[in-house]
Design a protein around this ligand. Structure first.
Ligand SMILES: [Zn+2]
Length: 465
């Protein structure tokens, strides 16, 4: 597949550096409140890339961090308050309880909108030694300096600073000049904190060579991405709002520490707007996943809403569009249920081949989901493609779309007790990681004319077409 790289500003082929596994790092949530659907539009990217790679037969590994310390309310200055600590004082829970509560909610809401779980969710608080290590290295190499227990990255020592966001040092300095508060300890206004001295009332703090303190937000992603994916990896995703300062600073820290470029392709997703405004807590227009369910809508329809617009573009959200997508999704599932009862055909027609090729081209072309939906619509209505072929096409494409298109087709088949018993035993075997037994039971079910599918809810079967 090909992706637009925000850094090179070009379309680039995604090829695993190690020749085997595409390594993807996605900037994850700061877990001090519920995550809204605008964020979920960005969080979808890593999983969508992985789905497309899998569709192409390419292995990948997806790592998404959980920020449970160090994300300040004002990232441009170092005088902000830590978001975790603020939530703690608001809710009467400890910072750890806050992190637990909102991590769980994030994972559950992500499941609901069909975002496959990452292979790993490293927590910032579990990687403090790695962050200290990089910070030490930056000090030793002359890229960082210490003033009164706080370590700053010295931006002027990294001439490439600004290459991602396009911010030149001059523009940055001019922008910062308007700031009212300036940290007098900084050599230059654009320098940013790697490690911050803990104030008297600070609860989340750790010992370090510079005294008790806590890490900056950006250093967390440098430390965790390189620890879990290596000092060179393939894809890094995030929202457009992560470009500056978060990713610009991550690039400066990581590259200055290791002395070479780390990420091959940077991918950034556009904002979701509601009534013309970016969805954000500050705009008071936040929509949460449970609200979708409360309105009687299927959260997976959110995917269909998102796929109507290229991921890099800003997109308007409306409940009208959501309802239309919901109706469309139910319609697709009903058709799938109808088609599932058609007798199988041995070979695929020319038209079906052509549609499949076009769908693959669309998703491989920088995740052109609107184009993929056009192909899907053609497949649904084409008289030249038989019902069994349509079923097969859509069920294969659903690996990328994640719309659970076979839901009604599955429900239409009522498994007899002996099949249910086999399913139960197979799920048990899989839970015990006894894949030999699981495979044998799958073969047994296959011999009974059933197709066996592994879903997040366990083994599902339906009559083979
Ligand atoms: Zn990040």
């Amino acid at each position: 597949m090909r992706l637009y790289s925000s850094l090179s500003r070009q379309i680039e082929e995604v090829k695993p550096l190690d020749g085997q596994t595409v390594k993807i790092y996605s900037c994850g949530p700061t877990v001090y409140r519920y995550i809204h659907i605008g964020n979920f539009r960005s969080f979808m990217l890593g999983d969508l890339i992985r789905r497309i790679l899998r569709f192409e037969g390419q292995d990948s590994r997806l790592v998404m961090n959980i920020t449970d310390v160090g994300h300040m309310t004002d990232d441009l200055r170092d005088t902000g308050l830590d978001k975790m600590e603020l939530a703690q004082s608001d809710e009467g829970l400890s910072a750890m309880q806050i992190a637990e509560k909102y991590t769980e909610a994030f994972l559950k809401d992500g499941d609901a909108v069909g975002i496959g779980r990452a292979d790993l969710y490293p927590r910032a608080t579990e990687h403090i030694p790695e962050m200290i290590e990089i910070t030490k290295r930056l000090v030793e190499k002359g890229h960082a300096y210490v003033v009164d227990g706080t370590v700053y990255f010295e931006v002027r020592t990294f001439p490439d600073y600004g290459k991602l966001s396009g911010n030149t040092l001059e523009a940055l300095q001019a922008g910062h000049r308007q700031d009212v508060e300036v940290d007098p300890n900084k050599r230059s206004r654009e320098d940013f904190g790697l490690w911050k001295k803990a104030g008297a009332h600070r609860v989340l703090k750790w010992p370090s060579p510079w005294g008790d303190g806590f890490p900056g937000w950006h250093i967390e992603c440098s430390a965790m991405s390189m620890k879990h994916l290596g000092e060179r990896f393939d894809v890094h995703t995030g929202g457009n709002d992560n470009k500056f300062p978060h990713h610009e600073d991550e690039i400066a820290q990581s590259e200055a520490a290791v002395g070479h470029s780390v990420v091959s392709v940077w991918v950034h997703g556009g904002f979701l707007r509601l009534s013309g405004q970016k969805i954000a807590k500050s705009a008071k227009n936040v929509v949460l996943v449970p609200e979708i369910v409360e309105r009687g809508l299927d959260p997976l329809a959110f995917r269909l809403v998102c796929f109507g617009t290229r991921y890099r573009s800003e997109m308007d959200f409306s409940w009208e569009a959501f309802e239309a997508a919901n109706t469309r999704l139910t319609g697709l599932r009903q058709r799938m249920a109808d088609w599932s009862e058609s007798p199988a055909v041995a070979t695929r027609g020319e038209m079906a081949e052509d549609l499949d090729r076009r769908f693959r081209d669309a998703v491989a072309d920088d995740m052109d989901m609107p184009a993929a939906l056009v192909v899907l619509n053609e497949a649904v209505s084409s008289p030249a493609v038989g019902p069994a072929e349509k079923y097969r096409l859509l069920s294969s494409w659903d690996g990328v779309l994640g719309l659970d298109l076979e839901r009604l087709a599955r429900e239409r088949y009522e498994a007899p007790p002996e099949v249910l018993e086999l399913i139960r035993r197979r799920d048990e075997a899989r839970a015990a990681r006894d894949f030999g037994t699981a495979d044998r039971i799958r073969d047994q079910l296959g011999a009974m004319g059933l197709e066996v599918m592994d879903t997040p809810a366990g083994t599902r079967v339906r009559p083979r077409l």
